[in-house]
Design a protein around this ligand. Structure first.
Ligand SMILES: Cc1cc2nc3c(=O)[nH]c(=O)nc-3n(C[C@H](O)[C@H](O)[C@H](O)COP(=O)(O)OP(=O)(O)OC[C@H]3O[C@@H](n4cnc5c(N)ncnc54)[C@H](O)[C@@H]3O)c2cc1C
Length: 478
């Protein structure tokens, strides 16, 4: 029997996206997933007519690879854009009430959110020199370029709310790659934005925020059904052994132990599982993986009658800076964002609690989580009644945090991988946690593998951008 080209360990969005790009190029590929369903963190649920998301609730895209994948996977008609009402505003919790965040420079200069001193500090940005340091934290980078107020009122809540991380410890280059690249290339963020605005007309893909009919679950279910991808659920991989021309992979399955040989293996599990699998192959690499920290997040969905909420809910929701909320990092107004999230006449509010700001939340029972959520929401959105639907989703290892010497750790991991032919590590602890980044990195790892198999028909490679990442991955995997 012919050896399998690629076996992918883990059927979350990273594993499925990698499989999709590989299968499209004619490679034989299997995905072994420990759970009885695919999707990993991503799962959409229907409860009492409400559609909730266990983890990712939307894709914020500006990459052409994602556009190509959605189109080629036949998902274009399943896409749902943001409803017009959600385009209007984003709110920030400030001095115990919700204030609209200014989205443009002009609005920022007149907003009561910023002090005169903070506004003047912003104007100084083009004249600030680069620090020349690659290891700056988000707090150091933003305070240096834009001042303390922007850090506290915009960036800290963003980092806590979307990455569950602490900006004082988070590596700026990893968490804000576009901003740090602007400084590197143009010497200033303002100059970079200006140049890009001029060039955008010809080059970049426009920014698009979307989900799918039926929620984000539709994306993973669609990818898992792709012809040419063999997905096996209930296959918990427990051993990787190097062979002369590939890898022998063993899993515990509902049918007993199963073993398969493949030329290449992509491990897409969380870092702790990857470390255990790789320990006997390369102990030093396993140690590097064990050093990656994760934050816990609990998600509380509350569904209620529209008239039980006094606030107009005219936006995406709000973020909460650390000084303003001890445990809640953000709240999304899902029924304003996308259609079909709540029955007619009802609304769905989704709250995120925990992260590194409040690790104690992981141990709270359901009652405490709901009480704390409603106590925070009640005065902010003028809640007049209790929700009719509540659902809680818990993630002990919600997101990897890009803390400390993150870049050095990633460089060391890439260096070790260069010594191990046919083994790839690709998950959200490398190259971004967002669904967009996962889809793009799946493309990059697939292209790196295809480059090592020149005989395979490479349908997808021409004209699909991302060359820097491909080169980096090729170097890391050759
Ligand atoms: C609360 C929350 C909200 C989020 N919101 C957004 C958002 O709105 N937009 C956005 O872009 N991103 C968002 N994200 C981030 C995004 O959802 C995740 O980063 C992404 O889904 C992770 O995908 P992954 O495939 O890398 O990992 P996972 O989803 O963790 O997949 C790993 C898979 O490996 C499997 N596995 C583990 N061990 C084994 C084994 N031994 N053998 C076989 N399989 C194994 C697991 O069962 C799992 O299916 C959010 C995340 C969270 C937690």
């Amino acid at each position: 029997m012919d050896k399998l080209d690629v076996l992918i360990v883990g059927g979350g969005i990273t594993g499925l996206a990698s499989a999709w790009w590989l299968a499209r190029s004619g490679m034989s590929v299997e995905v072994w997933e420990a759970d009885k369903r695919t999707g990993g963190k991503i799962m959409s649920n229907r409860q009492d007519g409400y559609l909730t998301e266990r983890a990712a609730s939307m894709v914020l895209n500006f990459r052409p690879e994602v556009v190509e994948m959605v189109r080629e996977a036949g998902l274009e008609s399943a896409k749902t854009g943001r409803l017009p009402a959600a385009e209007a505003r984003r709110y920030l919790l400030h001095q115990n009430c919700l204030r609209a965040l200014p989205m443009r420079m002009g609005a920022m200069m007149t907003s009561p959110l910023w002090s005169m001193r903070g506004k003047l500090r912003l104007l100084a940005e083009p004249f600030i020199f680069s620090s020349g340091r690659a290891d700056e934290s988000v707090s150091e980078f933003i305070t240096r370029r834009l001042g303390r107020e922007v850090l506290e009122k915009a960036i800290e809540p963003f980092v806590a709310g979307t990455l569950a991380a602490d900006p004082d410890q988070t590596c700026a280059a990893a968490a804000l790659p576009r901003l740090t690249a602007l400084e590197r290339r143009y010497g200033s963020l303002a100059a970079g934005v200006l140049v890009n605005r001029v060039l955008r007309r010809r080059t970049a893909c426009t920014t698009d925020t979307f989900s799918f009919h039926g929620g984000m679950g539709a994306l993973v279910e669609n990818l898992a059904r792709t012809p040419g991808i063999n997905v096996r659920t209930g296959y918990s991989v427990d051993e990787l052994v190097r062979e002369r021309d590939g890898w022998r992979v063993t899993a515990t399955t509902p049918h007993g132990q199963q073993t398969l040989s493949a030329r290449q293996v992509i491990v897409t599990t969380p870092a702790s599982v990857a470390a255990a699998l790789i320990d006997r192959v390369d102990n030093e690499l396993a140690e590097l993986l064990r050093g990656i920290g994760y934050a816990a997040v609990n998600v509380v969905h509350a569904g209620m009658a529209r008239d039980a909420v006094g606030h107009p809910l005219d936006g995406t929701g709000f973020l909460a800076p650390r000084g303003a909320s001890a445990v809640l990092t953000g709240n999304l107004w899902m029924s304003t964002l996308f259609p079909d999230r709540a029955p007619p006449g009802k609304v769905l509010l989704t709250s995120y609690l925990g992260g590194v700001r409040a690790p104690q939340v992981a141990d709270w029972d359901d009652n405490r989580l709901v009480d704390e959520t409603l106590r925070t929401l009640r005065p902010l959105v003028n809640l007049k009644a209790d929700p009719e639907m509540v659902r809680i989703d818990r993630h002990l290892e919600a997101l990897p945090v890009y803390h400390g010497a993150y870049q050095l750790r990633m460089q060391a991991i890439a260096a070790r991988l260069r010594q191990i032919h046919g083994l790839h590590l690709e998950a959200n602890y490398r190259g971004g946690v967002s669904v967009r980044d996962r889809l793009v990195r799946g493309h990059a790892v697939a292209n790196a593998i295809l480059a090592a198999h020149p005989s395979v028909e490479r349908k997808s490679r021409e004209g699909s951008g991302n060359s820097a990442e491909v080169v980096a991955l090729q170097q890391a995997t050759s």
